[in-house]
Design a protein around this ligand. Structure first.
Ligand SMILES: NC(=O)c1ccc[n+]([C@@H]2O[C@H](COP(=O)([O-])OP(=O)(O)OC[C@H]3O[C@@H](n4cnc5c(N)ncnc54)[C@H](OP(=O)(O)O)[C@@H]3O)[C@@H](O)[C@H]2O)c1
Length: 245
């Protein structure tokens, strides 16, 4: 049986690639959108061959807000599910010093995703169906000196998704917020990650797949991050400001 078509924004992200595999393996046709890359074609052919699903590629830059409406109009079809995996961490020290990088990190993690998701939200609301998935981050749960530019954009994105869910719950549109802890991907390569609390992109994809099926609102992946962040959020600010983690 053919499943609903899935649009993945930021399709060349490591997590997005695992998501594409998971959905293709379960019979979903894919619309993959990302900035152009010469070596992505082979991966698209592999998905088609391996899973016998329809896969189409679209060029998409989330920072080019004035192209978003035309991007949607050019899609082969309006998807059932939209998943936004776009993100840019940026080096915190550089973000503090360079206004162009600071702006890019804020716009890539917040303004751009908010704009494209808002366009789809209006379409889904009128249609009376659809699923929107935004990948945020535990970095948005409490500001830390090591990544608060990225974290504050993700905090904004999490709040946006919460408000959107509140708006669209009455319109049969499902909004899922995904809050990964640490995940082994190219975004975190070179960083020292906590081994027992760091997942693979395949695990994240699996969690997202089942969260959509179960119509969950907010998931932490791995689950333990919900408790880690709960504890971190309980630390009084007068103590927290002197910590360094
Ligand atoms: N890895 C982690 O530990 C972790 C933890 C929490 C949350 N997350 C979130 O998970 C999501 C996926 O990240 P990842 O770990 O898979 O990292 P990743 O492989 O670096 O993926 C990030 C993707 O964002 C895309 N992107 C950046 N700027 C863009 C733009 N202007 N227009 C379109 N696409 C753009 C990149 O495209 P290009 O391929 O063209 O560069 C890249 O594919 C992100 O939202 C990230 O913030 C990751």
């Amino acid at each position: 049986m053919t499943q609903g078509t899935v649009l993945i924004l930021g399709a060349q992200s490591d997590i997005a690639k695992s998501i594409a595999n998971k959905f293709a393996a379960n019979g979903h046709n894919l619309l993959l959108a990302s900035r152009r890359s010469s070596n992505f074609g082979d991966e698209i052919s592999d998905l088609k061959l391996q899973f016998n699903v329809d896969v189409n590629f679209y060029e998409f830059d989330v920072l080019k807000l004035d192209t978003h409406k035309a991007f949607i109009q050019n899609l082969k079809e309006i998807p059932s599910i939209v998943i936004c995996a776009i993100g840019l961490m940026g080096d915190q020290n550089e973000c503090e010093k360079k206004d162009d990088l600071r702006t890019k990190v804020l716009r890539t993690n917040f303004e751009g995703p908010v704009n494209i998701i808002s366009e789809f939200s209006n379409i889904f609301e009128n249609r009376g169906s659809g699923t929107i998935v935004g990948i945020s981050s535990v970095a948005g749960e409490r500001g830390r000196s090591s990544n608060y530019i990225y974290g504050s954009a993700k905090a904004g994105f999490t709040t946006f998704l919460s408000g959107l869910r509140n708006r669209l719950a009455k319109k049969n549109v499902h909004v899922l917020t995904v809050i990964p802890g640490t995940v082994y991907t190219k975004m975190t390569s070179g960083l020292k990650l906590p081994k027992f609390f760091t997942s693979s992109s395949n695990d994240v994809a699996k969690d997202i797949y089942f969260a959509i099926k179960k119509k969950k609102n907010v998931i932490y992946t791995m689950k333990v991050w919900r408790f880690i962040m709960l504890m971190i959020k309980c630390i009084p600010e007068r103590i927290f400001k002197n910590t360094s983690f």
